[in-house]
Design a protein around this ligand. Structure first.
Ligand code: SAM
Length: 213
């Protein structure tokens, strides 16, 4: 579903980063069934979303064929959430709705009803290495709120943090179904070894446990 920003991006390079992200997501998703379910309602949770610059890309890539689309973002930083809310505000009657919350992701997920489910949970530039206990909680909550065939999609800036996050998700029972090293990832000159959306991985929630004999 097309979603255009209400306010321009501040950084001149951002549209190019978004175009690279879109391409990398499409490549990573290729061959994964059920990503765009035509005529259905799709719900996307963007956790630790910051300014959520990628909201338009998410609407295109995951909501292209949806009849209704809802994108929910959450981050602890209020200035970034305020900017996201302004840039991606949608009309009340639109089939595409966005809402952004200033919330601690762990608390946000813990307070969520178990009936509230998302088709996609997205974490761009996850930060697991920086606070493993906090991010493990967010990973657990994000997996719990997924629909049965939902997808947990994350991106990482550098190799080690990507490996650590993927290992933790596997330990939590999630099943990795795709892992892509983005060849067009933009290098960060001030941070050697890091680049924008360097890795993308996709997981499914843990399979239901099989009944014992
Ligand atoms: C590396 S930044 C990525 C931001 C954004 N997803 C992006 O790619 O531009 C990590 C984000 O995690 C957020 N964060 C850290 N702790 C959090 C928490 N407890 N709950 C929600 N967000 C948190 C930070 O505010 C920050 O925006």
């Amino acid at each position: 579903m097309p979603l255009n920003p209400n306010t321009p991006f501040h950084s001149a390079g951002l549209p190019e980063d978004m175009s690279v992200l879109r391409r990398a997501l499409e490549t990573t998703l290729a061959g994964i069934p059920g990503v765009n379910k035509a005529g259905t309602e799709q719900r996307i949770l963007n956790l630790a979303c910051g300014r959520a610059d990628e909201t338009g890309v998410l609407a295109d890539v995951f909501g292209r064929d949806a009849e209704r689309l809802e994108i929910v973002g959450a981050d602890i930083r209020s200035a970034e959430i305020e900017e996201a809310s302004l840039r991606w505000r949608t009309e009340k009657e639109s089939d595409l709705q966005t809402r952004f919350h200033v919330e601690d992701g762990k608390r946000f997920l813990a307070a969520m009803s178990s009936r509230e489910r998302f088709d996609i949970t997205f974490m761009r530039h996850q930060n697991f290495w920086n606070d493993p206990v906090l991010w493990e909680r967010m990973f657990e909550g994000a997996l719990r709120q997924l629909t049965d065939d939902g997808l947990f999609v994350l991106t990482s800036y550098f190799d080690v943090e990507h490996e650590l996050a993927c290992r933790k998700l596997t330990d939590l029972g999630a099943v990795k179904i795709a892992d892509h090293r983005n060849p067009r990832s933009r290098k960060l000159s001030e941070a050697p070894g890091k680049s924008i959306d360097r890795h993308i991985a996709i997981f499914r929630r843990p399979p239901p446990s099989t009944p014992g004999p």
